[in-house]
Design a protein around this ligand. Sequence first.
Ligand code: ATP
Length: 433
Amino acid sequence: MDKLVSLAKRRGIIFQSSEIYGGINACWDYGPLGVELKRNVKEAWWRAMTRDHNNIEGLDAAILMHPNVWVASGHVAGFADPLVDCKSCKLRFRADQVPEENLRDHKCPNCGGELTEPRLFNLMFKTFMGPVEDEASIVYLRPETAQGIYVNFLNVKDSSRRKIPFGIAQIGKAFRNEITPGNFIFRTREFEQMEMQFFVKPGTDQEWLEQWREERFNWYLKLGIRPEKLRFHQHGPKELAHYAAAAYDIEYEFPFGWQELEGIHDRTDFDLKRHTEHSGKDMSYFDESSNERYIPYIIETSAGCDRTILTLLVDALREEDAGKEIRTVLKFHPDIAPIKAAVFPLVNRDGMPEIAHKIYDIIRPYYKAFYDDSGSVGRRYRRQDEAGTPYCFTVDSQTLQDRTVTVRDRDTMQQERVHVDQVLNFLRDHLAW
Ligand code: ATP
């Protein structure tokens, strides 16, 4: 993890938020390469949802919502983690993360000191809307994006004339005042979720849950994550959220252990029922095919964008023995790599820079590209390996004779020659978009 965090900073992938002021805990900024990576991850997810399927619509709801949304959802009453504090070392723990024997004996797992009784702590960030800071003007920063989808169920259904089964996909920020944030971008207080809520007829929910959990698992495989590092964890009866009939987590084996990456839940009719009760607006659905009225069941796929990025970084980072030195390489799937192509003139003379600049200008409007003419070509390849750039094009003396350039593959380090006019086609053939 230390290597990854320092590489991420050095190469402009992820910076500590407000670093010059000493940083702010559990908030991170995406740098020039990180923002490209993040956009690509979101694009891959968005395409998988709204292009690969013909029954999923998109949505972008506001972060601030009517406070009653969070009463209806159960977050005001129940979105709390039980906490224990150590009276000696003052460390604070989530009670569900303290080993049982420590909790029973009220002994701190860090220093052996005395622990307090567990206390509930609400994870929602509060703020005030309007000029008056009183109880009546409290609003929350959303702790999940899902509720924006539920409250728009009727709007999306009616405006897009959708029939059940159909889904609504949304990517957006969520905020949780986590007690024990950490492990870099694994658990942060501001993060982005990629959620899809699929509305189905009651009774068909189990089938859809199976279908979605398989599809979501395969999505990570398609992005090149090593299969042996991924697994399902099915929630046992004690773990299941009060609203869920069944739930699976997709877990990844991080350097700090197996942890949840995405949740796939059968949320039953809980959400639409609650919003019907609290808003007074009937959220039932009339099914013309069976001539029945019912409240749809919801299958939710809830992924963390930042957590996916951490997974991709951890999984891609390799250190290879390259003879005299260690080659550090980020083996990103080409579709998510921040920079798709680098262009080098072998030397800065004989007209090579002019040709290289032309190639760079051809690629640049379509794909994030990088021009580099400093240092030996070996050094330039290494720099691109570290950034995860899948293809490097080099203009050399043969280019001057036959207008071909070398293209070097990041993973195999093999080179082939392509015609200057075919560089863009080469990239199109190797990239999904
Ligand atoms: P945990 O038990 O780890 O706190 P959770 O079960 O509450 O997580 P969900 O509410 O199911 O998580 O959230 C769905 C997804 O959102 C998670 O799988 C994760 O990828 C992401 N996520 C949740 N909380 C955070 C966070 N604090 N930082 C980054 N990503 C998060």
